[in-house]
Ligand binder design. Structure first.
Ligand code: TRH
Length: 376
């Protein structure tokens, strides 16, 4: 059943807010046949993940989604059938009034941040009363069956597996990014916040027996990388030190970023959306979680590790725990990195197993549509 959807996204920082809402919006259109407007208060980040977008346009159409600039002066627009405020952003008061004026009240949802913590299952889908006879429901993405699931396009895993079996296509793609695949080298992608642990890890890679090709899309980690290299690194730069070759890549579209993840043996990712995409890549990952006050993020990190490492051989699980913790707390990473190497086959098996397990859940866009149908 076709409905109109308004998704509101306020860009706090980085790419995650727009990254998640843009992915959701296009999936609602392409796979669920919905009419979607995506309201964004700052389109600069959008123009980076969707090349061809105009950061100054008040309205534009991309992949069937109507992208609207969310202006400070809110225009008079009719409310949609389903309204999503992403990550507890504040809807314009005039829009809430328009929602309350509708004869058939809209479904109002707050799409929350992803967390693997237990309490999410109990809070997913709970309503809260709002003025004007409206109700707002909390919609939590998650890893457990009682949550809203994860964003996953219908044919994502088929595409990913075909890609990983096709060396020629991978090489052509990497060359398009200016990368010459290094035979025999392990390939790692690196997307992270500034990180004091980075030098220790890079030194371990420099001294390693095995060669590493480290691909780094332009972003915040470049400052830490440049400090270690002693030279300012920019897009296109390549640096060889011992067994380690570093190359700085341009920031690519969301779809190309997926292809990059599928083309690497290990992906260092961050935040929320790249973290999920690395899981769908079916390859070991290293997560730099978004920092929160009072170290609340470390709870989230541990909660994910508890789920992910359950069923792994204990030495492999412990190596991964220690690596994630070191990467996120500033502790020495060298020992955990070595233990990860020693348990590499188990790490690769778990990445595929976890991906398969998560793919059994309903995807988040389908879960939202079902939630709406059940609510009607
Ligand atoms: O950019 P992020 O750090 O976003 C964060 C998180 O979402 C965090 O939870 C949130 O609170 C904070 O923003 C405000 O990391 P994330 O979530 O991985 O988003 C990055 C997006 O950028 C993702 O959609 C993938 C995309 N991307 C590209 O499209 N091209 C690229 O080259 C790269 C490196 C990323």
């Amino acid at each position: 059943m076709k409905a109109s959807w308004d998704i509101f996204c306020s860009v706090v920082d980085n790419y995650g807010d727009i990254g998640v809402t843009w992915r959701l919006a296009r999936q609602l259109v392409a796979e669920q046949g919905q009419d979607v407007r995506l309201w964004v208060d700052d389109l600069t980040a959008f123009a980076r993940i969707c090349p061809g977008a105009d950061p100054a346009a008040s309205r534009q159409l991309h992949q069937g989604v109507e992208l609207c600039h969310w202006p400070a002066q809110w225009p008079d627009v009719a409310a949609a059938d389903v309204v999503i405020e992403a990550f507890a952003c504040h809807l314009p008061p005039a829009y809430i009034e328009a929602m309350a004026r509708r004869a058939a009240k809209p479904l109002w949802l707050n799409l929350e941040y992803l967390s693997a913590e237990d309490w999410v299952e109990g809070c997913h889908g709970l309503p809260s009363m709002q003025p004007g006879g409206l109700q707002k429901f909390f919609f939590f993405p998650g890893f457990a069956a009682a949550t809203g699931g994860l964003l996953r396009e219908r044919d994502l895993l088929v595409q990913r597996r075909a890609w990983q079996q096709d060396e020629q296509t991978r090489a052509t793609f990497l060359r398009r990014l200016g990368v010459e695949p290094m035979a025999g080298a392990r390939r790692i992608s690196l997307f992270a916040y500034e990180n004091p642990v980075l030098p220790g890890w890079l030194e371990a890679l420099v001294a390693d027996q095995q060669a590493t090709q480290l691909l780094v899309p332009e972003g915040r980690i470049l400052s830490s990388l440049s400090d270690w290299a002693g030279t300012s690194l920019a897009v296109g730069d390549r640096l060889q030190k011992g067994s380690l070759q570093i190359q700085v890549l341009p920031f690519v579209s969301q779809d190309d970023y997926d292809r990059l993840l599928w083309s690497c043996d290990l992906n260092a990712v961050r935040g929320e959306d790249s973290f999920v995409r690395a899981q769908w890549a079916g390859r070991p990952l290293l997560w730099h979680i978004y920092q929160q006050d009072e170290d609340a993020h470390l709870e989230k990190l541990q909660a994910f590790l508890r789920l992910y490492t359950a069923g792994m051989p204990s030495a492999a699980g412990a190596a991964l725990d220690d690596l994630f913790l070191a990467w996120n707390t500033g502790a020495d990473i060298t020992n955990a990195w070595q233990r990860l190497q020693q348990s590499w086959p188990a790490q690769c098996e778990q990445a595929e197993r976890w991906c398969d397990q998560q793919a059994k859940q309903r995807d988040l866009a389908a879960a939202l549509v079902l939630f709406y149908q059940n609510w009607l």
